[in-house]
Design a protein around this ligand. Sequence first.
Ligand SMILES: Nc1nc2c(ncn2[C@@H]2O[C@H](COP(=O)(O)OP(=O)(O)OP(=O)(O)O)[C@@H](O)[C@H]2O)c(=O)[nH]1
Length: 138
Amino acid sequence: IWDTAGQERFRSVTHAYYRDANALLLLYDVTNKASFDNIRAWLTEIHEYAQQDVVVMLLGNKADSTHNRVVKREEGEKLAKEFGVPFMETSAKSGLNVELAFTAVAKELKHRTMKEPDEPKFELKEFVDREMRTAGCC
Ligand SMILES: Nc1nc2c(ncn2[C@@H]2O[C@H](COP(=O)(O)OP(=O)(O)OP(=O)(O)O)[C@@H](O)[C@H]2O)c(=O)[nH]1
């Protein structure tokens, strides 16, 4: 697992990281509108530099910061829908959905490599939606 820097000055280095990545967790900060607005540019970059079948998940982090929130959950959902990627809000502080985010991409990757011909297809987005409902999340 690589934690790449978001700053522009490291951009040439981060390209090298995601070229070989199997999965990418793309985070924005729900208390920082600019980080949300940058997601489109990141998705364009991913399209350009990452492997075509890379697993991408959009995460709105700092969901615990209710008072400082400037990006609504619905806005994250809408953007994720537009790009056809699964989405959830997380909090590194409280631990909300952190394990689920990693488990979901790991399951997707495992199913891709181990899939038997008669096995039903694993749907990452459905798995995430189902887990969120079960957890009575947010
Ligand atoms: N309240 C809250 N604060 C968080 C959360 N996640 C990170 N932070 C805080 O946000 C600040 C930035 O966190 P980093 O993990 O350094 O963020 P980053 O995106 O990796 O930063 P770069 O490495 O510069 O790209 C730190 O002060 C963290 O403590 C969260 O879920 N909730």
